[in-house]
Design a binder for this molecule. Sequence first.
Ligand code: C2E
Ligand code: CA
Ligand code: CA
Ligand code: CA
Length: 278
Amino acid sequence: RANEKLTDSFIYTPEVGANISKQLALMAEVSDAIENNQLLMYYQPKVDLKSQKVIGAEALIRWHHPERGWIRPDEFIPDAEHSTLILRISEFVLRAVIQQVQQWQQQGITIPISINVTGHDLLQPGFSQMMFGLLEEFQVDGSAIELEITEGTLIQDIDEVVSELLRLTRAKITVSIDDFGTGYSSLQYLYRLPISLLKIDQLFVKHLPEDQGASHICAAAVALAQKMGIKALAEGVETQQNLDYLVELGCDYGQGYFFSKPLSADAFAAWYHHRETQ
Ligand code: C2E
Ligand code: CA
Ligand code: CA
Ligand code: CA
């Protein structure tokens, strides 16, 4: 009775049906959003905690819906990740970011920009080809691009992910592990993938230094990065207290509202120039 197993984990109720059709409607809207230029990228700086220099920025997607206003990525990315729609979103993101990097380089902003991708993106045949095509089209060097990999869903074929990443790192693209400490297979990823930066999830960072458990986890993550010869970045740095503790731990980089919220491309360029001329 194969059905029995199915009903254990998936019980169809009118509520489930309503959710599924809501999801489908949302995904159709995302598809339209790509075609109608409702998606755009915001940028959040990454800062060296010792020198206070800006060492990069993360590209974060924003959806400006004509009726509903701004829609957060958390409201549509997780669903999109379960369908091929995520590939169209990633294609949009890659093109938008690489074009932006080209523009900024002409204005003297030469920091690397990171892009969020999932293991699923990397398993798509032709992902690295698409990347190389865009780098070529906009005359941007691979070293200007970083990939942040999250594991929201368990990836079976890690060997494939590894070989795709090696193709990309040979072109000087670097790889970070995102949301460290919360994913399905963070440690396996760290062990297997060619990672050069470990991003400690904000879940732990925001409770520093009062919460002992969070403090231990951050200290261990920083020590692990050091042992592996890679850098550590704390996400979600919001307060001076968070910052002071991270410096004490020897964490290399930080990102969060304490430095800046994600900004539109123009606002980011203005923020960057202002800060660099201080
Ligand atoms: P993430 O990659 O972990 O990105 C960090 C999130 O934390 C961002 O939310 C950012 O705005 C937020 N954040 C930054 N500093 C602080 C802080 O100090 N305090 C707090 N409370 N939050 C902070 P955002 O932009 O809403 O993105 C949410 C998630 O959506 C991202 O998490 C990422 O997983 C996904 N996402 C965003 N853009 C893209 C994209 O272009 N492609 C893909 N595949 N996923 C994306
Ligand atoms: Ca990220
Ligand atoms: Ca993250
Ligand atoms: Ca996240």
